[in-house]
Design a protein around this ligand. Structure first.
Ligand code: TMP
Ligand code: ASP
Length: 255
């Protein structure tokens, strides 16, 4: 059951509640999955528990590396305590390999490595379908200032380097992913923090040997085995006991 605290915001896959102390929130991971701007919807049993654990692991590593994030600690199976930030209304997409909307837009075959990692920005606005936005337009409207954008790009590339290495070490190719950042005033200083989550919902993860998809494209493309794929990622990261996600017991994908 979600926390009994006051609800602040409900998104497609998460709910934010008021936190126990000022300046904190409780981030609750639902089992709901949506795609194509919520035209496609389903409940994927156990997804929220897995994303909570996977995102906890990644944000903990990033915090330890000195990348500022909103993550404080995991509270239980589906909730984590985070710092309350003002979300910058952008979806920051980092791409290493062509896939998804990039392949469609530019006619680059899925799976071909990009000449270098690239960053793209979309406006975080479901009503508009999260449209791509140029740096010029987003700074003109002040959705992020030029120094904030520099900081966001530097952090995104550091996060990408870390994640590429981490996933490579467990036999997974990091194709692309989406980040969200927030602002926080601390000691009169405006800081940029990584917010939201990093999980198979927000990344494309392909098994290096087989090319199998271990991410939300399994749901988008009706490939089946969504929760099993997420569980496989968690198992390889070493954050689940063998044969379980803590909620109930499931079979693991053979690799
Ligand atoms: P795209 O190729 O569909 O633009 O997606 C790029 C990456 O961003 C991919 O890893 C999936 C992720 N993503 C989200 O997390 N949320 C979204 O709303 C979209 C469109 C993509
Ligand atoms: N845009 C999200 C995705 O496909 C979810 C949604 O649009 O409903 O990842």
């Amino acid at each position: 059951m979600p926390s009994r605290r006051r609800q602040i915001y409900e998104g497609k896959a998460k709910i934010l509640f008021e936190g126990p102390e000022p300046g904190t929130l409780v981030q609750y991971f639902k089992d709901d999955a949506t795609a194509f701007n919520a035209q496609k919807k389903a409940v994927i049993d156990g997804k929220g528990v897995l994303n909570n654990r996977i995102s906890e692991h990644i944000f903990t590593c990033l915090n330890e590396m000195g990348i500022p994030t909103h993550f404080i600690r995991r509270l239980n199976m589906r909730e984590q305590l985070v710092r309350k930030v003002d979300i910058i209304p952008l979806e920051v997409i980092v791409r290493n390999v062509a896939a998804g909307s990039f392949s469609k837009r530019y006619g680059v075959p899925e799976g071909s490595p990009l000449p270098r990692s690239v960053i793209e920005f979309c406006v975080k606005n479901d009503e508009l379908g999260d449209p791509p936005v140029s740096e010029d337009v987003l700074t003109a409207y002040g959705w992020a200032s030029p120094p904030e954008l520099d900081e966001i790009m530097q952090l995104s590339l550091r996060i990408n380097d870390f994640l590429c290495g981490m996933f490579y070490g467990i036999g997974i190719r990091l194709i692309d992913f989406k980040l969200e950042f927030g602002r926080l005033i601390e000691n009169d200083q405006l800081r940029i923090l990584l917010a939201d989550e990093i999980s198979p919902d927000s990344c494309r993860l392909w098994d290096i040997k087989t090319g199998n998809k271990l991410d939300k494209d399994r749901f988008r493309q009706d490939l089946g085995g969504v929760a099993d794929a997420y569980r496989e990622v968690a198992l390889r990261l070493g954050i689940l006991p063998e044969n379980g996600n803590g909620d109930h017991t499931h079979n693991q994908i053979v690799h």
